[in-house]
Write a protein that binds this ligand. Sequence first.
Ligand code: ADP
Ligand SMILES: O=P(O)(O)O[C@H]1O[C@H](CO)[C@@H](O[C@H]2O[C@H](CO)[C@@H](O)[C@H](O)[C@H]2O)[C@H](O)[C@H]1O
Length: 454
Amino acid sequence: MTLATPTDTELETVLAQWLPTQRWFSAKNGAIARVRIAVREPLLAADDLAADHLIVVVELDDGGATRYQVPLAYRAQVPEALAPWALPPGTLPVACYDALSDHDVVVRYLQALEQSQSIGALRFRRSGSAHTVPTGRSRVIGAEQSNTSVVVGESLILKLFRHIQPGINPDLELHMALDAAGCDSVAHLRGWIELEAGSESGTVAIAHQFVPNGVDGWDMAMTSVRDLVAEADLHASELGSDFAGESHRLGETVAHVHADLARVLGSEPREVAIDAMRSRLDDAVRTIPEIADQRRAAEAVFDLAAAAGPTAVQRIHGDLHLGQALRTPSRWVLIDFEGEPVKTIAQRRQPDSPLRDIAGMLRSFDYAGRHPLADAAAGSQSQREFRATEWTARNSDAFCDGYAEVADEDPRDQPALLQAYQLDKAIYEAVYEARHRPSWLPLPIRAITRLVTL
Ligand SMILES: Nc1ncnc2c1ncn2[C@@H]1O[C@H](COP(=O)(O)OP(=O)(O)O)[C@@H](O)[C@H]1O
Ligand SMILES: O=P(O)(O)O[C@H]1O[C@H](CO)[C@@H](O[C@H]2O[C@H](CO)[C@@H](O)[C@H](O)[C@H]2O)[C@H](O)[C@H]1O
């Protein structure tokens, strides 16, 4: 006999309690009026384990509605190791938990991908030649991420988008283009899942080759900066953990990826959408009153950029920072081509200047350089501040040098646009930090002050 699973109504009640506790649930500030199951596709139905793939619509009191993807598994009891993924028992007749934590359910997803199956409204698509489901165990990563990824057998990574929107996700579109270009600075595409639901159709998950032995660029940069803060009498160039060589190589990598994207998806001269930057500033001032004093000066930076005239635009990464770069023993690999999570899919698919990605990385060097200062002991703080500024400048320059060597174009030759993109990113970061990590908010706020007075 197969396991009895909860009714939609039973699940909707429990989901309304559980969803706001999840990191990827973005509507934390709004009160939930109702959770409605829009799609429920059965994936497994055995006597000891059942699983459904759910798309739920969360309706808020303010009238807003967002769609989330929630795979659920059911057993008589939640296995002890999976307890952190359990939903509150409430009135459910069986134990219920996030299905991505259960290896048996993950294997079901991978089999469907491998065979390009359709399960109800879900279309599983394999990319490239036949590949077998990895044999090793699976592990969930991304507790602090916008989405949820599962690594299987240390050879494949399946990422399920949590907040889903209609349309092709840029992460899929750009990886298809980069694979077609033969780019080896990204993880190769292994498959994807689409939801076919009329006007709500779109990409809901992507599988990539897992990059083994990859070290996150942010973690590497942190090691270098921490050494600098501990040895404040050394220059960045004197550190054993100097990062400038890596920054240079990262600049080269980003330039190669931009060139491949332009070659496959095109590039053309166009005015940069400075109005979008102005309206982001307006929204940010409403959320973060501390930056209101900088508004006039920020508008002046945007005015100067608007006067710069047309520049080459193309498809870009869109949310590039050190955490989106993995250093393998042989090269840098860029990941997560989704663009900024706050933008709609249509906005993220708009061509933009490569300067946006370069500015994203420059902001990241600034974050890396200054973040450890908050923890450093007082006393020689000004010396540490000096060293942190030096570290940031050294690595930003190395990155731009590396980029310029490959692109034959130095990003620093367009100072007004580069400054506007950095300022726009710092404004985005301020809103991001206010929402997700309030203790980090001073970092982008100080950057805004610096960027408007350059
Ligand atoms: N192809 C890959 N190989 C190895 N690790 C990866 C790969 N893709 C992502 N990761 C790891 O998973 C984490 C989350 O991936 P990411 O695509 O950035 O998710 P999110 O959209 O949730 O931020 C990354 O920080 C990285 O550590
Ligand atoms: O990786 P995500 O796509 O989820 O990106 C979001 O979260 C990032 C934080 O993890 C955030 O990046 C900001 O903090 C980083 C340090 O943690 C720093 O290196 C980046 O420069 C800074 O922007 C990113 O903005 C946000 O979209």
